[in-house]
Design a binder for this molecule. Structure first.
Ligand SMILES: Cc1ncc(COP(=O)(O)O)c(C=O)c1O
Length: 392
């Protein structure tokens, strides 16, 4: 093949760090000598910068994307007896926090081409208990927010955007996280804007919701040691805040590099038979947290072996073999997500049968995420393409 044999990871955090190493070291040392390690001026500065970037009046930094979701739900008083509609094709945290708030997740199917919540499937799932919709902008691709907001308006529902995988993505003229009533972000290291540890943020245009979220994330404190309601401890460290401020300045550039890498993949891979490439949107609107293809033969092989596979929809032999081949060619890959949430053991009591949300189930069987990070080179992508062609 005549190509390098250096391992190509699914993502490469070290390369990104090297490009900002000096600035990060200086800023972290400043925080260490300041003696102010939690919240404080560096966190406030980052909150202002992030609100400006997303286009909201308010940003409340917190400990993780998971906490951001919980705080959003609690700030809207969503709890026992309430239902929240969301997608089953997402990371567990989205539904898990609905449950943690005491409410019930109601799963509706995704669109086959976008992997995102299908707006047409929402209305039939609305009941008198429905309080909110949580669309997830999966893999960095925005959900159709025009349709989601129209349904929410019609039924008087709140919209909490799960933007964990889509920091910087836009729908129309607006960044995700500024369109629904509340936006929830994760700064987990692998995200487009990743901290060097855990971190998250909530964005909103609503000052009253923001004030409630600040209080809930700080033990329900009204000031000093006076507490008005039961909250949690969810605060961003000052060290993470300065790192995020530095990285925020690079985010658009890094997202453009991801976009360019995605365009190169599309060109390189279009001739490979029986794979489905991600559908492109208007340039620059999706931010490619993942570049995820479909292995179309995987569902056929999974069906042929359905008895042997029993409850593990994601454990299909075809995809495992493709991944094994890539690994042998020094190429990392990942499967987000092998089993949709409605079929997870933790949600068995909700009673969803296999086959009930077919697009999500098919996606879980077919998806494969290939290496994607801003520094990914064309030579590396050619190596990925050769290996994939070979495997297929
Ligand atoms: C879609 C989605 N929602 C929520 C989260 C939770 O974020 P965190 O890991 O920061 O708690 C993640 C993180 O992986 C995610 O991908």
């Amino acid at each position: 093949m005549g190509v390098s044999v250096t391992f190509i990871p699914p993502l490469d955090l070290k390369g990104q760090y090297q490009s900002i190493q000096q600035d990060v070291s200086d800023a972290v040392l400043d925080v260490l000598s300041s003696g102010r390690y939690i919240k404080g001026p560096t966190v406030e500065l980052f909150e202002h910068q992030f609100a400006d970037y997303i286009g909201t009046r308010e940003c409340i930094a917190c400990n993780s994307g998971t906490d951001a979701l919980l705080l959003a739900l609690k700030a809207l008083d969503i709890g026992p007896g309430d239902e929240v509609i969301t997608t089953p094709f997402t990371f567990i945290a989205t539904a898990e926090m609905i449950s943690a708030a005491g409410a019930t997740p109601v799963f509706v199917d995704i669109e086959a081409d976008s992997f995102n919540l299908n707006p047409e499937a929402i209305a039939p799932a609305i009941t008198s208990r429905t309080r909110a919709i949580i669309p997830v902008h999966l893999f960095g691709r925005p959900t159709n927010m025009t349709k989601i907001m129209a349904i929410a308006d019609r039924h008087n529902l709140a919209v909490i955007e799960d933007c964990a995988q889509a920091t910087g993505a836009t729908w129309g003229d607006h960044r995700v996280g500024s369109i629904g009533h509340i936006g929830c972000f994760s700064f987990y290291p692998t995200k487009n804007l990743g901290a060097c540890g855990d971190g998250g943020a909530v964005t909103t245009q609503d000052e009253a919701i923001a004030a409630r979220i600040r209080k809930l994330g700080d033990h329900g404190r009204s000031g000093g040691y006076y507490h008005e309601e039961v909250g949690i401890n969810s605060r961003l460290d000052s060290i993470q805040a300065v790192i995020l401020s530095i990285k925020l300045q690079q985010l658009d550039q890094w997202n453009q590099q991801r976009d360019a890498a995605a365009a190169r993949y599309q060109a390189l891979m279009q001739a490979i038979p029986s794979i489905g490439l991600p559908q492109l949107m208007q340039q620059g609107s999706q931010v490619w947290n993942q570049y995820t293809i479909r292995l179309q033969q995987a569902s056929q092989v999974a069906q042929d072996h359905s008895e042997a596979e029993d409850s593990t929809i994601g454990a299909n032999l075809y995809r495992d073999r493709v991944r094994q081949h890539l690994q042998e060619q020094d190429i990392g890959s990942a499967v987000y997500y092998p089993l949709p949430l409605h079929l997870q053991p933790v949600y068995s009591a909700l009673g969803y049968a296999r086959g009930s949300l077919p697009h999500s189930e098919q996606a879980a069987t077919e998806v494969l995420s290939l290496p994607m990070f801003p520094e990914l080179t064309e030579a590396q992508q050619m190596q990925v393409t050769y290996a994939l062609k070979d495997a297929i």
